[in-house]
Structures are given as structure tokens and as C-alpha cells.
Design a protein around this ligand. Structure first.
Ligand SMILES: Nc1ncnc2c1ncn2[C@@H]1O[C@H](COP(=O)(O)OP(=O)(O)OP(=O)(O)O)[C@@H](O)[C@H]1O
Length: 287
């Protein structure tokens, strides 16, 4: 299987922030959710991968093409969607389609008109009269109609209502059924990622804390609630992060089965992606 995205040792420095030596791979045919608190560096990473902002790196390859030496090829089959439209607000959807048909060799006008209808977007209304959600829907219609192989979404779904978000998740699921397609999506709506992500990449304060399969997270992470005695008895290696409460500890662990073997009576529940974020941001870190 080819990789849709390959990033090796990417660093981007701002005055007060460093995106620090990021490496990861997104295999084709899969969806990766990029999570992290506000200011963690998600947009900075996405912009660097798209070549929108410059960054230092050993390698960035999109759909097998090197971003530095094969820039045009690398970007050709990539579509990026953000949380608002980047088209001129004086344009209508038809004018946007007309413009894009000249720009993209794979433009599919019938598909585009189909999406406008499906998303209830008036063909001849100017974008300035659209709501933000409608403009983002237009971005999806446009992005999907030039038949990209890699979709990169930066908080693209956050302003959308739950019904349409659900429809978009269905569309993304269909999209990645093609084995040479892939999606990288940053989102604060972790329940969406629960429904669709094959991989979760977690950025925290400019560092990539982990890239794990969703199944690994679901099957192995857990939260233990216990007193001081058990907290002290646990190996530090088994504690990802913890929170001290009035009379107990809440501990994020990443190997439920192992702890269940050692402490059969332990009070432990599975941890969601959101739980993991909360522990890393608000909890004490052991490692
Ligand atoms: N052009 C810039 N110049 C200086 N600093 C910047 C610039 N763009 C972003 N930053 C800083 O980089 C850090 C990461 O910002 P970024 O937008 O990548 O975070 P994010 O994870 O996408 O956050 P959010 O969830 O709020 O969208 C922040 O501290 C931000 O202030």
C-alpha cells in the first residue's frame, strides 16, 4: 500500500512556538484524525504539509510525490478544506464551478452540480449571502468534484450542524473505500473521529505525542480510579498521566489487559480519545 502522506522530521519555528520534529505516515485507504488543544500546532502542521507555509523537513511526500522537488505533482490530487470558504464572496457556486473547471484537469461538472443539489446550495446566489456552514458545504462540493485522492481538512466540519456532519462522515467513509484515497482531518469534535478515524495523531504543545490506530486506543487505553496505595503500587511505565482528586487518583493507562492481569479487582473503564486529551492537557504527566 502506498502512503498518502509521508512526513519526516518536520520543524516549523515561530517566535513563541515550535512545531517540533514531526514524523508520521498516513497509509492510503485510511482516515487520520489530528487532535490537540488550541494552539497545539495542527494548522501549522497542515499548512506546512500543503506547502502553504515554509518549514524545515527531511521529507514531505504527498501521494508518493516529493513536495520540494515534485511540487505540482504532489499537490495535483490533493484538496484542502478549512473552516470557511476561500472563494471570493461576490461569486456564485456556478461561477466557482466555472473557474475550477478551467483549473483542474479532473473537474467533473456533473458531480459538482449533483453535490450542489445534495447539499441544498443555490447555484446562483452570491457567497456573501451564504451562512458559514453553507460556504463550507460549497468547499466540500468543490473539493470532491475535482476527484482528489487526498483530502486534508482543517477544522472543516466544526461549523456544520450534526446532520450535515454525519453526511460528510458518510461521504468521507465512501471516499476512503478507494484504496488510493486518504483523509487527514483535524477536529475538536472527537465523537466524529470515533466514528471514522483509522488513526489518531495527537499533537501537544508542538510535539507529536503519538500516532496510534483507533483500535489500539479503544482496546488498550483505560482510566483507573484508585487510592494512594494502588497509585504507588503501579509501575510508572503503566501510567500515561494522572489527576489527583480530593480522595482518589484518576489514572490514564495504556495497557488495560496487563493491569487487569496484575490487579484483577481494579476499578477501570475504557478511555475515549477525548479522555486521553483531557488527561494530557489537565493531568500530571509521568512519561
Ligand atoms: N503566522 C504566525 N506567526 C507566529 N505565530 C504563529 C503563526 N501562526 C501560528 N502561530 C502560533 O503557532 C501556535 C500553533 O498554532 P496553530 O494555529 O497551528 O494551532 P492549532 O492546533 O491549529 O490551534 P486551534 O485548535 O486553535 O486551531 C500558536 O501558538 C500560534 O500562536
Amino acid at each position: 500500500m502506498e502512503n498518502a502522506i509521508q512526513v519526516r522530521n518536520l520543524t516549523k519555528k515561530y517566535k513563541d512556538f515550535t512545531l517540533d520534529n514531526i514524523s508520521f505516515t498516513l497509509p492510503s485507504g485510511t482516515v487520520m484524525g489530528l487532535i490537540g488543544e488550541n494552539g497545539a500546532g495542527k494548522s501549522t502542521l497542515i499548512n506546512a504539509i500543503l506547502g502553504v507555509s515554509d518549514a524545515e523537513y527531511d521529507q514531505v511526500a504527498l501521494l508518493g510525490h516529493d513536495l520540494r522537488t515534485q511540487t505540482k505533482l504532489a499537490k495535483e490530487d490533493v484538496a484542502a478544506i478549512f473552516s470557511d470558504s476561500h472563494y471570493d464572496y461576490g461569486m456564485t457556486p456556478l461561477a466557482v464551478g466555472e473557474m475550477l473547471s478551467r483549473f483542474f484537469r479532473n473537474w467533473d461538472q456533473q458531480k459538482y452540480l449533483g453535490y450542489l443539489k445534495r447539499f441544498h446550495l443555490p447555484e446562483k446566489k452570491r457567497l456573501k449571502k451564504f451562512s458559514t456552514g453553507m460556504r463550507v458545504k460549497l468547499e466540500f462540493a468543490a473539493a470532491l468534484s475535482h476527484n482528489p485522492k487526498l483530502l486534508i481538512l482543517d477544522e472543516a466540519t466544526s461549523g456544520l450542524d450534526p446532520v450535515f456532519r454525519d453526511e460528510i462522515l458518510d461521504i468521507l467513509r465512501e471516499f476512503t473505500e478507494e484504496e488510493d484515497h486518504a483523509v487527514l482531518m483535524s477536529s475538536h469534535i472527537t465523537s466524529d473521529l470515533d466514528k471514522i478515524a483509522d488513526y489518531i495523531a495527537y499533537l501537544h504543545e508542538g510535539k507529536l505525542l503519538f500516532v496510534k490506530t483507533y483500535d489500539d486506543i479503544r482496546d488498550n487505553y483505560g482510566i483507573i480510579t484508585c487510592g494512594r496505595q494502588l497509585f504507588d503500587a503501579l509501575s510508572r511505565d503503566d501510567i500515561s498521566a494522572y489527576r489527583k482528586e480530593a480522595y482518589s487518583y484518576k489514572i490514564l493507562v495504556n495497557d488495560r489487559a496487563k493491569l487487569r492481569r496484575i490487579f484483577p479487582d481494579i476499578e477501570m473503564v475504557p478511555a475515549s480519545v477525548e479522555d486521553i486529551m483531557l488527561f494530557y492537557v489537565k493531568g500530571e504527566k509521568v512519561k
